[in-house]
Design a binder for this molecule. Structure first.
Ligand SMILES: Nc1ncnc2c1ncn2[C@@H]1O[C@H](COP(=O)(O)OP(=O)(O)OP(=O)(O)O)[C@@H](O)[C@H]1O
Ligand SMILES: [Mg+2]
Length: 227
């Protein structure tokens, strides 16, 4: 479904990804781990065409992802939730979800509310006045409103209480299992994430140094210093 081949990505003179190749099959749940600055965000940005200076090939469902054309690329069925909260702060929860779902099925908001009941409770509240964790859930909900086939999440549980972290990660798995959505998430909550994904990828200085079953990463203590 998603195929990167020999990708090099740069910010001006700084090369962040080095000859990176990665293939993700439809329906997989993949966790991306690594230290701060390892290139995790850059990898996700490369998948949606959000890196201007890039070489190599990035393909989604066989089609080339065009650098610099994020809005067009995501229309092919990619939901991208960037790091940090991305909601319309001056609009209500309900309006945020409706706007995100404009091109799709507004009634899907009910499914999102079922996943995150707190959003239903706060339907009329301005998004900017939600707690950080609630905004995070709303950003996820907005991505889901576009009914993506591939969901790319950059640290979706940052700032959430541990119990909520578990819920959010479990809900990603539920979406994957009920709708077949492919889920790729960058996470700092490694232990909790490994319980919900089946495959783990570890980045170090812009290179993949582990790619295998999450159980294998859990068992291999010698690798734990890498994230
Ligand atoms: N817009 C930018 N301009 C210049 N350098 C950048 C930019 N964004 C990231 N970098 C640099 O690229 C490298 C990789 O950054 P990236 O954001 O991909 O790391 P990350 O693995 O997501 O880290 P974190 O865990 O802190 O989110 C870092 O050295 C960072 O300083
Ligand atoms: Mg990052």
């Amino acid at each position: 479904m998603l195929q990167l081949e020999n990708v090099n990505a740069y910010y001006a003179k700084l090369q962040v990804l080095h000859e990176l190749s990665l293939t993700i099959a439809e329906g997989e749940r993949v966790g991306i781990f690594g230290h701060n600055g390892a290139g995790k965000t850059t990898l996700l940005k490369s998948c949606v065409g959000d890196m201007a200076d890039i070489s190599g090939s990035v393909r989604y469902k066989g089609q080339a992802i065009v650098a610099g054309q994020v809005h067009l690329n995501v229309r092919q069925g990619i939901g991208f939730v960037p790091q940090g909260h991305n909601v319309f702060r001056e609009l209500s929860v309900e309006r945020n979800l409706r706007i995100a779902g404009l091109m799709h099925d507004p009634a899907y908001a009910d499914t999102v509310y079922a996943l995150f009941p707190i959003l239903k409770e706060r339907q009329q509240q301005l998004a900017g006045s939600l707690s950080g964790g609630q905004q995070q859930m709303l950003a996820l909900g907005m991505a889901l409103m576009t009914r993506p086939r591939l969901l790319l999440l950059d640290e979706p549980t940052t700032g959430l209480a541990p119990i909520i972290v578990r819920d959010v990660l479990a809900s990603m798995r539920a979406i994957n299992q009920s709708e077949g959505t492919t889920v790729v998430m960058v996470e700092q909550n490694v232990q909790a994430t490994l319980k919900q994904v089946e495959r783990a990828v570890v980045l170090k200085s812009g290179r993949i140094i582990f790619d295998g079953p999450s159980q294998q990463l859990l068992a291999q203590e010698s690798l734990w210093h890498l994230f």
